[in-house]
Write a protein that binds this ligand. Sequence first.
Ligand SMILES: Cc1cc2nc3c(=O)[nH]c(=O)nc-3n(C[C@H](O)[C@H](O)[C@H](O)COP(=O)(O)OP(=O)(O)OC[C@H]3O[C@@H](n4cnc5c(N)ncnc54)[C@H](O)[C@@H]3O)c2cc1C
Ligand code: FES
Length: 331
Amino acid sequence: MTHRVQFESGESFAFCDDEDTLLRAALRAGLGFPNDCGVGGCGNCRFELVSGDMETLWPEAPGLSERERRRGRRLACQSRPASACVVKVRLSDEYRPAVPGLRLAARLTDRREIAPGMGEFTFHTEAPARFLAGQFAILHPPGVDGARAYSMSNLPNEAGEWRFVIRRAPGGRGSNAMFDRLAIGDAVTIDAPYGRAHWRGDPVRDVVCVAGGSGIGPIAAIVQAALRDGGERRIHVFEGARTEADLCFRKLVPGESPALVYAPALSAEAEGSAWAGARGFIHAHVEAHAFPVERCEFYFAGPPPMIEAMNDLLVMRWRAPLAQVHTDKFF
Ligand SMILES: Cc1cc2nc3c(=O)[nH]c(=O)nc-3n(C[C@H](O)[C@H](O)[C@H](O)COP(=O)(O)OP(=O)(O)OC[C@H]3O[C@@H](n4cnc5c(N)ncnc54)[C@H](O)[C@@H]3O)c2cc1C
Ligand code: FES
């Protein structure tokens, strides 16, 4: 069965039974529906239902406050039309997908540990892996409610190879299922690509990349894209981890380049260990470098506290132009 979804602004598209959510169906239809995380955390996809029936997949999703829920707001990434609907939201070209989203049958072909509790997962699809470096995919971990977002850590390729760096979140259902319930050869659906924190390829500006924890996945992809494209630019990579054993960047992007400046910082390395590098939180380490913001593109990915600290530094204090700041918050 198909339900027509009509936007108050005039656009419309057909929501088919095999579609998963209003958000992803609208993006697949090429519409610029506002979104960020795709999984209920950010609230950026909120909309109003003007008429029709809509199923809510995760009623407690943290992207909406109780007050917003009472006022009838909904999240498009947690909604499925159950009849013809009219919805109110401001569509914007800014959110129109740069690469059309596809749901692809994939198989897990490799998994290796790159740090304690951190794995690099490799999947293969028959179709080419089409995305922009730094984007993410939606996966459904086996036996778990709801979808999870994981960022590709490799470059797009014709061989259909998709790599992800996944951290076992303590007590986390989805990430632990990826490690414990998925065997080599098992099938999953990769729904991709999503996200706007992708490589822009500015030919002149230096690149400043900052990663915390598994945020190193999309940052590794951005760095590989910057190295691939060459040019005069410097590529600064700041990796924040708890201990030296948790650092991953060199395992994902081996080899040296005169363009690359790698600067790790550890927040919980034992006093008196052999570590001679920087200590403390990675954003404080970035702050110590007085980057000329107008001549840099900034990419950062990782846990919400790191993202908030980086936004505060770049946007509030350094006044970096928003068009040069590209970020993914790992809700
Ligand atoms: C854009 C983006 C990119 C990301 N990239 C990576 C990455 O490359 N590597 C990585 O390790 N992590 C990444 N994450 C985080 C990842 O998506 C998971 O949040 C993380 O693995 C913890 O999930 P969990 O299921 O183990 O933890 P849980 O605490 O069980 O769940 C955490 C998240 O799962 C979702 N969720 C929980 N319950 C439900 C439900 N009932 N229905 C629907 N959704 C639910 C919510 O988004 C919630 O925040 C990314 C997140 C985002 C938003
Ligand atoms: S895109 Fe729906 S809550 Fe983030």
